[in-house]
Design a protein around this ligand. Structure first.
Ligand SMILES: NC(=O)c1ccc[n+]([C@@H]2O[C@H](COP(=O)([O-])OP(=O)(O)OC[C@H]3O[C@@H](n4cnc5c(N)ncnc54)[C@H](O)[C@@H]3O)[C@@H](O)[C@H]2O)c1
Ligand SMILES: [Fe+2]
Length: 435
């Protein structure tokens, strides 16, 4: 294999990377096999997690029917909060603790899958919520051992929560999103059935697509894994290792698939052939970025989502203001690509090329700008908000947004250049509006 100079070995630098992935099943109609899968995993009494809207969809009826047909005892928990919070995580965990379940099935988007992961964790190893939550908000204590089996069945395609060891929630008291990151949280199996996507509202499709897109671009432009110091022992190798040859391939293809299909998929909701490649892209990027990591746009997104005041997006429940995850990420992305482009020019050009841009005559100093321009074009075409002003922020919020982003060091550390406090403030200023 020809060596990519991006991964040149450094003195005492990292020399290996791991590809960790769970078992995944992909295909139209695959949800009907969930009963067989749950039984094979030894489940007898199953908690089926979903949210109030997804609970009414055929996908949940098929899953519940398949579990029952396999002879399993099924109890449905349909109270998952969309964009979960510390309070809704605790409510889900209480349901799990009281129910005496030996397995979990989640049918829904990232909100549902993450709530099932957290419920499984806190029911299996009871503790104060902050015990396992990422630093600096929580104590980031290691999970004591394996969790009960969990089959995650996404009905959206952006978060890749079915592939990852992450569970994200809104820490209400701190107006900040944070999460739990631990390999034990990774579902035992993911069942990706594109049939679920035909009922997804238009803006939810766009938000998911941009989440995938940003996972993939951030992974591609992350520091190379060889730039970290080699760990003292292999167990200390982080989950987010930096870009590596495997994540590069998965993420480049994910970018291509999203750019090629997003507009078609939004125009024809019933056409599953346009939505299927989006789900495949989400899976590819999920495995890719799950092992490499994401950086600046995602680090900024937690503050943008956490400090929301009065944004009520079309397609989501309107009982509270929220900036959905994919939107909270993409509104920062063009500004971030412009800033960090020169530090990893070849990588930004590779992402632009995957979007269909002819990169032959583009100089390195324009790489970030070219990628940003292409992303902005797609944002306009899909009707997502115009930067952070489009979701309700003004210059008066920049200090607070910056304060809440600084703690995201785990993400900022794998950006291809150092990101200072001043950089972050400038990035929020530059993210205010794009057109
Ligand atoms: N665990 C991870 O690795 C990870 C990664 C990124 C984001 N997240 C988290 O995931 C959450 C967002 O998840 P999401 O974008 O998948 O959306 P979601 O689960 O929040 O759902 C969005 C809306 O779409 C509805 N919906 C879901 N599937 C539907 C379908 N098939 N048809 C019609 N309506 C449907 C839901 O009821 C909800 O109203 C956020 O909390 C985010 O922070 C987690
Ligand atoms: Fe994301």
């Amino acid at each position: 294999m020809a060596a990519d100079t991006y991964f040149t070995r450094r003195e005492a630098g990292e020399y290996a990377y791991t590809i960790e992935a769970n078992r995944l099943k992909f295909g139209l109609g695959a949800i009907a096999e969930v009963g067989w899968d749950a039984k094979t995993l030894g489940m007898k009494r199953v908690a089926l997690y979903t949210d109030p809207r997804v609970a009414k969809l055929e996908h949940v009826a098929i899953a519940a029917g398949a579990l029952k047909a396999a002879g399993l005892d099924v109890v449905i928990y349909d109270e998952v909060a969309v964009e979960p919070t510390n309070r809704s995580f605790l409510a889900g965990a209480e349901f799990a603790r009281e129910g005496g379940f030996d397995g979990f099935v989640s049918v829904g988007g990232g909100s549902v899958m993450d709530t099932a992961k957290a419920s499984n964790l806190y029911a299996t190893y009871p503790a104060e919520l902050l015990t396992y939550v990422n630093l600096p908000v929580g104590e980031a204590k290691p999970v004591p051992g394996p969790l009960k089996p969990h089959i995650a069945c996404p009905t959206t395609f952006g978060t890749a929560s079915e592939c990852t060891g992450m569970a994200i929630f809104d820490m209400l008291e701190m107006e900040m999103k944070t999460g739990i990151a631990n390999r034990e949280l990774r579902p035992t199996l993911g069942i990706l059935d594109p049939a679920a996507l035909t009922t997804l509202p238009e803006l939810v499709v766009a938000a998911n697509a941009f989440d995938v897109f940003s996972h993939a671009i951030e992974s591609l432009t992350a520091i190379p894994y060889t730039e970290r110091a080699a760990p003292e022992n292999p167990t200390l190798r982080p989950m987010y290792q930096g870009a590596n040859p495997y994540s590069d391939i998965a993420c480049s293809e994910a970018i291509r698939l999203i750019a090629a299909n997003i507009e078609r998929a939004m125009a024809a909701p019933d056409d599953v052939s346009a939505r299927e490649p989006l789900m495949f892209a989400g899976m590819l990027a999920g495995i890719g970025f799950g092992n490499s990591g994401c950086h600046v746009p995602h680090a900024m997104s937690y503050a943008v989502a956490g400090m929301v005041r009065d944004y009520y997006p079309q397609g989501w429940p309107d009982d509270h203001a929220m900036v959905p995850h994919g939107i909270s990420v993409i509104v920062n992305a063009p500004a971030a690509f412009r800033l960090i482009g020169p530090s990893a020019a070849g990588r930004h050009l590779r992402a632009a090329q995957a979007m269909g841009v002819d990169i032959r005559n583009i100089s390195d100093d324009r790489a970030g700008e070219v990628l940003a321009t292409e992303v902005i074009r797609l944002m306009r075409a899909t009707g997502v908000p115009n930067g952070i002003s489009g979701v309700g922020y003004s210059d008066a919020d920049i200090e607070a947004l910056t304060d809440r982003t600084l703690p995201q060091q785990r993400l900022l550390d794998i950006a291809p250049r150092k990101i200072s406090r001043d950089d972050l403030s400038q990035l929020f200023r530059d993210s205010m509006r794009y057109w």
